[in-house]
Design a protein around this ligand. Structure first.
Ligand code: NAI
Ligand code: CS2
Length: 490
């Protein structure tokens, strides 16, 4: 743990610093998942909004997983932290002043978190707990009742280990005490993240107490969001950038790109900050924005994560320096992912694609392909499988989408056979599938047979399976660089 009590962050030389009166903050938001993304995104929007509003919204940060250092460091520096925003040629340092308190449940106990969510002034519980944190089947989006955390929480609902269990227990207490409900705001990269969270919480609650489930359904809202800002995991180099910028190696600091976007369904049961003052958009329906971002940005990210990694690129910006990868990414975005979207979407997708290519090319954002490659089982359905199926339904034959899935399969097979890193909540099933077959094509087929990821599609849709197999065989025979070169030529 870094001891930072002697550091007075307020006195350091930040480029941007809000000036609202911190002593007037109340904890109206409880956030679960104090990871990199929340610090570079929601915390920034909230801080900027506080500076322009009469009502201030403070945040209590909760981590339920990971080591204790981050929350301990945050507490040691009075819940202040820095965010350094970098474009290709600018660097802005910002001090975040909106956090009021924090809890690390493995240290403070789960009861501290339950008590916090049950406090009457809490109006929003927001989440960035990664895709796997929702304990739901990635293909169907339904709660996975066999998930280890869910099994634990069903047996011990008053000492939950999952975020769903924590939210449900806090809501039960609020109902029993006659307190107003809060809104649950998912900020994870999941299609219809509000709806998925609602269904997961309701399915979980129904198993315990049907009346509680009905009360939640009638009283709690789960707005969906589209969230966007590239915030890589911190590295020694990134900490050195913060040090260079403000003269202090902030252990809670973040380096991220300068771009940010947040589209939020305006459906809050107990009020909300006017985050639009900081550039967020409140809309009636987030789905078109969410689908556009998940397919064009995140789908391309996953393409580059697997295939860029196979080509020997450590970072996304390096993939963009390879003309063939750059052209193929643009082809994936415009000729495939964009064509799988709702045709009524009123966005200039060419402009959007060129914005994304520019963001991916930012050499000051060292976003590791291996980081984005993690948890592929949770990401493939929304980023690759669903858009590819839509293309096929629309009578268009894709080239890059099957290569994305073939790249994932090759990445998984290589990791299992060479003993490399395979970070995925389904790592055991992936290993079993690969080890159950002896030829590369049979290993691919065993992976495609995993229903939690692919459903019945490879069996019911011959073209879908055949296109992936062809891309996979081409990748084995030609090698990734040769294949991407030929795909880039159209
Ligand atoms: P991170 O690894 O820095 O933080 C992950 C957080 O999730 C940690 O606080 C961890 O304690 C928590 N967590 C993990 N598993 C959990 C579980 N089962 N239950 C409860 N909490 C759990 O990752 P980062 O960068 O903050 O990203 C988190 C999520 O934010 C992503 O998975 C994505 O959905 C979303 N996001 C991330 C962006 C980025 O560029 N980093 C951009 C847009 C969205
Ligand atoms: C990335 C995203 O790690 C990943 O899966 O694709 O976190 C990406 O950086 C963000 O969605 C950008 O908003």
């Amino acid at each position: 743990m870094t001891t930072t009590t002697e550091v007075n962050l307020e006195s350091l030389g930040f480029n941007e610093k809000t000036s609202f009166d911190r002593s007037k903050l109340a904890t109206n938001i409880v956030h679960i998942g104090f990871g990199a993304f929340h610090r570079g995104h929601q915390a920034v929007y909230n801080d900027l909004t506080n500076d322009q509003s009469d009502q201030l919204w403070g945040i209590c940060e909760i981590n339920m997983f990971g080591g204790p250092e981050l929350i301990a460091d945050l507490q040691a520096q009075d819940h202040l932290f820095s965010v350094v925003e970098r474009s290709a040629d600018t660097m802005v340092s910002r001090l975040i002043r909106s956090v009021t308190e924090s809890i690390h449940t493995p240290v403070d106990g789960i009861q501290a978190a339950i008590d916090k969510l049950a406090e009457p002034q809490v109006k929003i519980v927001s989440l960035t707990i990664t895709e796997k944190g929702y304990c739901s089947d990635p293909q169907s989006g339904q709660l996975d009742i066999n998930n280890g955390l869910i099994q634990h929480d069903l047996a011990n609902p008053q000492t939950p280990q999952s975020a769903l269990g924590l939210i449900t227990e806090a809501l039960r207490i609020r109902r029993d005490r006659g307190l107003a409900p809060f809104s649950v705001l998912s900020c994870d990269n999941i299609p219809e993240n509000g709806l998925l969270t609602k269904e997961a919480v309701l399915s979980f609650a129904k198993q315990l107490d049907a009346e509680l489930a009905s009360w939640i359904e009638a009283n709690v809202t789960f707005p969906s969001t589209m969230v966007d800002r590239i915030v890589p995991a911190m590295t020694d180099d990134a900490f050195a950038v913060i040090d260079e910028c403000i003269g202090y190696r902030d252990p809670c600091g973040i380096v991220c790109e300068d771009y940010r976007q947040w589209v939020i369904e305006d459906n809050f049961v107990a009020g909300r900050p006017d985050w639009d003052k900081a550039g967020a958009m409140f809309v009636a329906d987030v789905l078109p924005y969410e689908e556009m971002k998940l397919r064009m940005l995140n789908g391309s990210h996953s393409f580059l994560a697997y295939n860029g990694f196979l080509a020997g690129y450590d970072f996304i910006y390096q993939c963009m320096e390879d003309a063939d990868f750059r052209a193929t990414t643009l082809r994936l975005m415009l000729e495939e992912q964009a064509k799988s979207l709702n045709p009524n979407l009123k966005v200039d997708l060419e402009q959007y694609a060129s914005l994304l290519i520019g963001r991916f090319s930012n050499p000051n954002i060292k976003h590791k392909t291996a980081q984005i490659a993690m948890d592929g089982s949770q990401k493939l359905p929304q980023r690759a499988i669903d858009p590819m199926l839509t293309m096929l339904e629309r009578g268009i034959t894709p080239t890059c989408q099957p290569l994305l899935i073939a790249g994932w399969a090759t990445f998984v097979i290589n990791a299992v056979t060479n003993g490399g890193d395979l970070v995925d909540p389904m790592a055991e099933q992936l290993k079993q599938a690969v080890n159950s077959a002896s030829t590369a094509v049979d290993q691919l087929k065993a992976l495609l047979a995993l229903k939690q990821i692919f459903g019945e599609h490879p069996q019911s849709n011959e073209t879908f399976a055949a296109l992936i197999e062809t891309a996979f065989v081409n990748l084995q025979e030609t090698g990734i660089k040769g294949l991407v070169h030929s795909v880039s030529k159209g």
